[in-house]
Write a new protein. Structure first.
Length: 471
């Protein structure tokens, strides 16, 4: 991609980049505009955040930590082991597995020449990396299935817009070694329960692509049909028709959608065995009361899928929803494609920026099920002596397991009490000059305003007692 850009004359490139920036500004999400619009008042230009990238700032810390903990708890409960693969990989890993003709490989990969001349890239997804690691570490000889979970950044040179970034974070699970409908159902259940644990009601859109042979037979039929309707297709789909006709099924253009209403459906081209397998997956989902809708145009963008494919949408978005929170499916040929022994596999990935954006919206509306837990105690100090003493007392409290908020940047009692109110703490500890000399501290009940003087040595016990739930 970089090599392609360098071939263009520099002047022309600048003009076209400017045009793109202007055009795309209108579709950037509101939150991103706020984050990127920091005014630069003095001393030279502040380097800008790269387009499509986001900083993780403390206001979102609670969401990120909750997502990580939820992913970790759930993965452990279902027996998935953590895998952490590098962000840089050989570019060929993705070209071979995702396939030429896919948007990710053709347009979105960050490919670089390494210092030693090798072609490397920032990983656009982690399934292929997991498959590579499975082979590299000889995991075929372990008891099957081998189950991984991962959590980390992915990179795609996509057109930034709401819910679409160039660096984004995925939580995903992969299961290698067993070709059973129950494995597909378990993966769907983990993805569904992850979002459910976060208070999100979702719906699974599901389809089957059958075996590579089923898919090939269908492709011939579909291509034949689409050729007869070529003149009605959008320009992008005319190109897709040549390069990767299955992708036409993903097109949201109303004219293409109209053409697709009459198109042959993949389910009719599945072998009896593939159909039976798919029915079994649906039976398990029924058993688990996981809501799903059959989506016969769902094919997912990547070459490696076989049998089950699925995407997860917020329930309220219903039919015609634009952006999936996650997706996945089965990929029985993937390990073999990378030179390993034939080994079935299946997995999913959920985009966490999209999940956080839903949670943030719900928080603003007061409907979010997950609530941030604020510290129960604020520590206020007055004067230099008290500040020094406070450092010790805070450390003792922390070691004793009492988490206390404070603000050493504020020196007035008023400012500190305002902060305590904002944090909605139940108690404040106040330490002034007099208390330092007496070896005491004041504990103030923030609701009643009642204050109590305690010995500094008994501060931890006194706070613990007050914070104990009343029976
Ligand atoms: P995929 O790896 O394409 O199957 O995507 C799985 C999930 O990752 C999607 O449903 C999104 O939630 C998320 N995702 C994919 N691409 C992006 C992107 N460019 N920006 C943000 N999230 C993304």
């Amino acid at each position: 991609m970089i090599a392609k850009m360098n071939k263009k004359p520099i002047k022309k490139k600048n003009i076209s980049e400017k045009k793109i920036v202007k055009k795309e500004k209108t579709v950037v999400a509101k939150n991103d505009i706020e984050e990127n619009n920091v005014q630069n008042k003095g001393g030279g230009r502040t380097p800008a955040l790269l387009r499509g990238m986001k900083d993780l700032v403390p206001k979102d810390e609670f969401f990120w930590k909750t997502l990580y903990r939820t992913a970790e708890n759930l993965s452990e409960a279902y027996g998935y082991g953590l895998i952490n693969t590098p962000i840089l990989e050989e570019a060929g890993l993705f070209v071979r597995t995702l396939g030429k003709g896919t948007d990710v490989v053709d347009k979105e990969m960050y490919v670089f020449e390494d210092l030693d001349g090798g072609k490397i890239c920032l990983r656009p997804e982690a399934t292929a990396s997991c498959a590579r690691a499975f082979i590299n570490h000889g995991m075929q000889s372990l008891p099957q299935p081998v189950k991984f979970w991962y959590y980390g950044p992915m990179f795609r040179h996509d057109r930034p817009q709401a819910g679409r970034y160039r660096q984004f974070t995925q939580f995903g699970c992969e299961s290698f070694g067993v070709h059973e409908a129950v494995v597909d159902a378990e993966l769907i259940a983990v993805a569904y329960h992850f979002l459910e644990d976060l208070g999100l009601k979702t719906n699974i859109h599901i389809n089957s692509l059958g075996t590579p042979e089923d898919r090939q037979n269908y492709l011939v039929e579909l291509t034949g049909y689409l050729r007869t309707k070529r003149s009605y297709l959008c320009e992008d789909c005319k190109k897709r028709l040549v390069k990767n006709p299955l992708r036409v099924l993903d097109c949201k253009n109303p004219e293409c959608q109209a053409v697709l209403t009459e198109a042959p459906q993949i389910i009719e081209w599945l072998s009896e065995a593939s159909k039976a397998y798919f029915m079994k997956v649906l039976e398990y989902l029924d058993e688990l009361s996981i809501p799903y809708v059959l989506q016969n145009t769902l094919v997912r963008g990547l070459d490696y899928y076989t049998d089950t494919v699925f995407e997860i949408y917020l329930d309220e978005e219903g039919e015609g929803a634009q952006s999936a929170l996650g997706g996945g499916g089965r990929y029985n040929g993937l390990i073999e494609q990378l030179g390993g022994r034939p080994t079935p596999g299946a997995g999913f990935a959920i985009g966490l920026e999209r999940v956080i954006s839903v949670l943030r919206k719900q928080t603003d509306e007061g409907t979010c099920k997950i609530k941030e837990v604020f510290p129960a105690v604020f520590f206020a100090q007055l004067g230099e002596q008290a500040r020094k003493k406070a450092l010790h007392l805070l450390e003792n409290l922390r070691k004793g397991g009492v988490i206390v908020a404070h603000s050493f940047g504020k020196s007035s009692l008023k400012g500190q009490m305002e902060m305590a109110d904002k944090l909605k703490v139940r108690y404040s500890v106040i330490l002034g000059q007099k208390e330092v000399q007496d070896g005491t501290a004041i504990i103030r009940d923030m609701e009643s305003g009642i204050q109590e003087i305690v010995d500094q040595k008994k501060l931890k016990n006194a706070l613990e007692k007050k914070l104990q739930p009343k029976v």
